[in-house]
Design a protein around this ligand. Sequence first.
Ligand SMILES: O=P(O)(O)O[C@H]1O[C@H](CO)[C@@H](O)[C@H]1O
Ligand SMILES: O=c1cc[nH]c(=O)[nH]1
Length: 234
Amino acid sequence: MTVHIGSQKGDYAETVLLPGDPYRAKWAAETFLSDVRLVNEVRGMLGYTGMWNGHRVSIQGSGMGMPSLSIYTNELIRDFDVQTLIRIGSCGGMQPHVKVRDVIIAMTATSVNTPSRTIFKDVNFAPSADWSLLRNAVQAAEAQGLSPHVGGIYSSDTFYDERPDLNEQMVRHGVLGVEMEAAELYTLAARYGRRALAVLTVSDHLQTGEALPSEERERSFGEMVEIALAAAFT
Ligand SMILES: O=P(O)(O)O[C@H]1O[C@H](CO)[C@@H](O)[C@H]1O
Ligand SMILES: O=c1cc[nH]c(=O)[nH]1
């Protein structure tokens, strides 16, 4: 039992998928896992544990933004001994060749700030994915017949951005998409020696203005869930 997770030790699997949206956690657990059990509902941040292809796995909502993700990731790592954490999130497309509903597998995550920023002082730490998870995810996506985009993403502190110049620099430097959590997830995984990856589905596009409705963001991103599960257990 922690401040934000009302479970006992052992209630979580060693592998946890982390959608920002707690209702995506519910949908993914009910859709892809068997023997599903609700293990957290503190603050409505739903978490489930079940089985996938003979493997025990949990799916826990992380909330929106790095401060919220940091709370759940810290508690999962430090109090529940979680070893592998895979974010399954939505993101905004930033390149013309990245289309809505495409899958992005995030190799690195650039940020202006993270909850860990102060400990690095003047160092620009480079948050990056676990290599084995990244490789497994690419192979799993290709086995599904998908062509995922693999590269850098931008973890922003804001959804409603007042700094279009920052996005311009991201686009200019080939960043594929923008979301709000992966940089801190990768940083915490590095600090505690755990494996982390972010698999994202493009829900809207910064250049075209195309955007999926919230119901689709909650329930229709099955490909990335299957990629994340396969990557964890390959
Ligand atoms: O769909 P999720 O996983 O929440 O991810 C994205 O969506 C939220 C913003 O709408 C932010 O959390 C962002 O990172
Ligand atoms: O953080 C996010 C998530 C989805 N789409 C965006 O534009 N930003």
